[in-house]
Ligand binder design. Sequence first.
Ligand SMILES: Nc1nc2c(ncn2[C@@H]2O[C@H](COP(=O)(O)OP(=O)(O)OP(=O)(O)O)[C@@H](O)[C@H]2O)c(=O)[nH]1
Ligand SMILES: [Mg+2]
Length: 423
Amino acid sequence: MESLQLDLNNPTTLAAIAAIAGLILLGLLIGFLRGRKKRALSEEAPAAPEALESDRPRIRVDEGGGPAPESTLPLQIEDLVPGPPEAPAAAAPVREGRITPPPTPPADLGAFRTGLKSTRGNLISRLAGVFRRGRELDSSILDDVEEVLITADVGVHTTERVLEALRTQMNGGQLSSPEDAWEAIREEARSILATSGQGLALGPSPTVILVVGVNGVGKTTTIGKLASRFDRQGKSLLLAAGDTFRAAAVTQLEVWGRRVGCEVIKGKDRADPGSVVFDAIQSAKDRGIDLVIADTAGRLHTKVPLMDELKKLGRTVEKASGRPADHVLLVLDATTGQNAIQQAQLFKEALPVSGIVLTKLDGTAKGGVILGIVDQHGVPIEFIGVGEKVEDLKPFATDAFLEALFESPEALAPAEEEAQSLA
Ligand SMILES: Nc1nc2c(ncn2[C@@H]2O[C@H](COP(=O)(O)OP(=O)(O)OP(=O)(O)O)[C@@H](O)[C@H]2O)c(=O)[nH]1
Ligand SMILES: [Mg+2]
């Protein structure tokens, strides 16, 4: 076989070698350019599923990171609409559904709060001040509690009861912080008021309610408010104008009667109140009326003849309806403080007082007297008056009352400042 000899001196051979080298270089160049284009294309193309998965969190709204700051990936609509398990739009209603609705506040809590505003400042904020001084729970704290309760018209008897409860629990090691002591006082108040606010049960028709109390406490106004309340409940009622001492008293009751739309039974001037109440009960019996509410003249609890007259009135009711009055409501004016406790004592001696209406709580810081009245006389509070308007008579509710009166010590800060600025 003949060997191939390259004659490098031959120009034809050189030209051929140059041509081949050129072709090779051209091929390399084309290959290089194709590779670059391919790499460039692969960078612009959508990521592979795995890569997309790893990138996804950077653009998820629910990851809290906002959009991926450095990503050059074009955002796809699917990336902004995350899958069902994590989708915020889908999650919101589920979360809402899981929220336990807050307990419905007692209907009259706002009215209780407003009515007890001054009392809170006088009693509860000062108590909170005692517990806030950051000292140990010792007997000196009991002295301060005593001072606050006495000066806030809670009364000596009830103050002693509260202190005794505190002392017993302190000695028994049950109180380890001011919060514990605060709770203990609140619980003692709860146990004092436990039987209050039962409401006025209606007996066989006609139910008879006698309303008694000293002058100007709010008897006639309370009767008007009560009448309106019963009327709204669909009860038929008669009002008996048992205050025959003053012509204006009858007129006042008639105004309420017209406002509520119920009849007022009245006698002649200076007529025997017993005869008016007797007539009213008789009339109610004849006409099948549900309820008779009897007004009485304001009387000083210390005037024996007037209190005797009240006893007689009680006997008249019994004669007319065959049983004692279903309810004897004693109206007490909260602004009279301790005096209200004495009034209750003497009225109880004249009649079986079944419930108390404590009026004018709105205008006094002496609301603490409520504890003294109930504790000392064992008579429940049935209604409180927190203003002059018809809707300002509120059925007493122990929970709402305590909630409105006792706030946590922290929550009382503004009220305490207010009390100090008033002092
Ligand atoms: N602020 C406030 N005023 C009240 C409340 N209850 C009654 N009053 C007002 O107290 C005043 C006396 O009310 P009356 O209903 O006339 O009292 P009363 O016990 O019948 O008076 P006498 O018949 O004279 O014994 C009136 O101006 C009432 O508007 C209350 O809860 N708050
Ligand atoms: Mg009156």
